[in-house]
Design a protein around this ligand. Structure first.
Ligand code: SAM
Length: 265
């Protein structure tokens, strides 16, 4: 611990299922003085916070910023001055498209000590909960984690040629809005239109829906099903394994209609 015994723990909360929290994450959540958390931290995980612990919500919904990143950074430093243990809880793994490294850098620059607790990132969890192995001998020998997000009205500036590799599984975070462009560019760059592709919405939670399709047909399927954020897109031959390996049966199917359930099962 630092000289003044104040420490910020940057903690990954995983994709939503509280059983996917690490033992260390759970212990820190239960011992923290303050918890600063994001929108993607699920309700069942928030329920694990003891009632006397101070909570601060700094979530950002797509398009509407609750608190900007500079303010969050400043808040963490301020809290570290007056509290012994601060848990900065973020969805998935904070170092994967989570700005966790930006927060860590700011803390270091301000002389605030931090520790890092990795979480299960959406790519690992959502694909697994949809029965999709990200690699498989003889089918996929590498995985790319890619952001499908870009500034409004800007094209996605990705190296499409390097992405269009039949033996690489592509996992797009924040890609729903730009899926039509992703599809067009990947096919233009050489990926077959028939490449298996999936979307997983609210992965690992009782509200999980997933849809297995092809690269060319996925945008229409997503629109038809009304899939919304948070959702992850997986493209590659490994997606076909979901036909046999799909195992997760969300329990709270109340908001899933029969037609959609048929797609999932
Ligand atoms: C800002 S990124 C944060 C990623 C996070 N740090 C991680 O490691 O998973 C948010 C995106 O992650 C994906 N995501 C996170 N949790 C998800 C979930 N439970 N189901 C589907 N996608 C999820 C979605 O693509 C979402 O738009």
């Amino acid at each position: 611990m630092s000289e003044n015994n104040h420490l910020v723990y940057l903690v990954g909360a995983g994709p939503g299922d509280p059983d996917l929290l690490t033992v260390k994450a759970l212990r820190l959540i239960q011992q923290a003085d303050v918890i600063v958390y994001d929108r993607l931290v699920s309700e069942p995980i928030l329920e694990l916070i003891p009632s006397g612990t101070k909570r601060v919500y700094v979530g950002k919904a797509p398009g509407q910023h609750h608190m900007d990143q500079d303010d969050i950074n400043a808040l963490l430093v301020k809290l570290a001055k007056t509290n012994r243990s601060i848990v900065r809880l973020k969805g998935g793994d904070p170092f994967i498209f989570g700005r966790g490294s930006e927060e860590a850098l700011y803390l270091v620059q301000q002389g605030v000590q931090f520790e890092y607790v990795p979480g299960i990132t959406a790519a690992a969890a959502c694909s697994a909960y949809a029965g999709i192995p990200l690699t498989h001998r003889g089918v996929a020998r590498s995985v790319r984690l890619i952001t499908g997000h870009c500034k409004a009205n800007h094209p996605l500036e990705l190296n499409w040629k390097s992405l269009a590799d039949k033996e690489t599984t592509l996992v797009f975070y924040m890609g729903i809005a730009n899926l039509p462009e992703l599809k067009t560019e990947l096919i233009k760059a050489g990926l077959a239109a028939s490449t298996p592709a999936a979307v997983i919405e609210n992965g690992s939670t009782p509200r999980q829906r997933h849809c297995i399709s092809t690269l060319s047909e996925l945008p229409a399927e997503i629109e038809r099903l009304g899939i919304q954020s948070p959702a992850l897109i997986v493209v590659g031959d490994v997606v076909s394994f979901a036909d046999e390996l799909s195992w997760f049966r969300p329990q709270a199917g109340a908001d899933i209609d029969t037609e959609q359930q048929a797609i999932e099962n």
